[in-house]
Design a protein around this ligand. Structure first.
Ligand code: PBG
Length: 329
């Protein structure tokens, strides 16, 4: 009780603050999302994601070597698929020599120890910009899960360490786990996007991959029949428990900052590592405000990343990974 206890004693200098700090960020916390595109010598800045790029395979190779030197040891790969290769079923996703398969091999050749996780969902391959097959105005669940399972096996064959299904179909973790087991990929892990909300914060990402749902008749204009309603909390626990029961090794909450209550709730409930995806819109907001001189970029970034970890994130997927390393000096 005051005056015997004065909380400010533990805040009196930077040294004591360092000594009693509960949460610290390290390079080991980060999973680095990377956008891969066809071609050579390509490093295209994504307009709504300043200083973030789509990379052709030669530049992907350079990038992962640089990341590894910086102390970052895990990447999450996304591919931008050419329009002419897109259809409703995501046929290109099952091309054994598709861009994702080549990207995995490129990373593993350049940097064998780099942990490679791959996005598993149909939207980059879908002519309609949906994470599943569309039929009569609906997104088909079980048919989509089968394609995702096949896709996962292709990623595993190419050398992926973990597949990361981001689609939110019911039961897809079990379908994928069984397919991996059947093909002998017993050591390929699954990071499940378990509590993934239908969020307006994904806008810049959909620019990056040109993957937004299209506006044509009989195609849903949003992803609300599969991604979660952002008003819901208990449902996030149910989704996450089900994914763990189906074989998920790591679970994820997405987006980050607006969902830290969910992160803590899940962290308290489960015994597997919890990942948080600080998504493209969160990145874009900080970059834009900093460009205008309205916010201090690094200070806000560190506050947000620390908050994500404090909430319970064991892994942070973030476009700020390299910016964070730069702050280490
Ligand atoms: C799609 C996918 C999305 C993101 C990761 N995987 C977008 C979506 O669901 O529409 C978003 C990531 C981000 O915004 O940074 N399967």
């Amino acid at each position: 009780m005051y005056p015997l206890i004065r909380n400010r004693r533990l805040r009196a200098s930077e040294s004591i603050r360092r000594l009693v700090r509960e949460t610290t960020l390290t390079p080991d916390d980060f999973l680095v999302p990377l956008f891969v595109t066809e071609g050579k010598g390509i490093k295209e800045e994504i307009p709504s994601m300043p200083n973030y790029f789509r990379l052709s395979l030669d530049n992907l190779e350079k990038e992962v070597k640089e990341l590894w030197k910086m102390g970052l040891c895990s990447v999450l790969l996304f591919v931008k698929v050419e329009d002419k290769l897109k259809d409703n079923k995501g046929t290109e996703a099952l091309n054994p020599d598709g861009l994702m398969q080549r990207a995995i091999k490129t990373v593993k050749n350049a940097c064998p120890q780099m942990l490679v996780m791959t996005d598993v969902a149909l939207d980059p391959f879908s002519a309609y910009g949906h994470d599943g097959i569309v039929a009569e105005g609906q997104i088909l669940n079980d048919e989509t899960a089968e394609v995702l399972a096949e896709m996962s096996v292709f990623h595993a064959k190419a050398g992926a360490d973990f597949v990361a299904p981001s689609d939110m179909m019911d039961g897809r973790i079990l379908t994928i786990r069984e397919a991996l087991e059947d093909e002998g990929f017993v050591n390929t892990g699954i990071m499940a996007y378990s509590a993934k909300y239908a969020s307006a914060f994904y806008g810049p990402f959909r620019d990056a991959l040109d993957s937004a749902p299209v506006d044509i008749a009989n195609v849903p204009k949003d992803k609300k029949t599969y991604q979660m309603d952002y008003a819901n909390r208990y449902e996030a626990i149910k989704e996450t428990q089900m994914d763990i029961d189906e074989g998920a090794d790591i679970v994820m909450v997405k987006p980050g900052l607006c969902y830290l209550d969910i992160v803590r709730e899940i962290k308290n409930e489960v015994e597997v590592p919890v990942a948080v995806y600080q998504v493209s819109g969160e990145y874009a907001m900080v970059k834009a405000a900093a460009e205008k001189g309205w916010l201090d970029h690094d200070a806000v970034m560190l506050e947000q990343l620390t908050a994500i970890k404090r909430a319970g994130a064991d892994i942070i997927a973030s476009y700020f990974a390299k910016d964070f390393i730069r702050t280490l000096g």
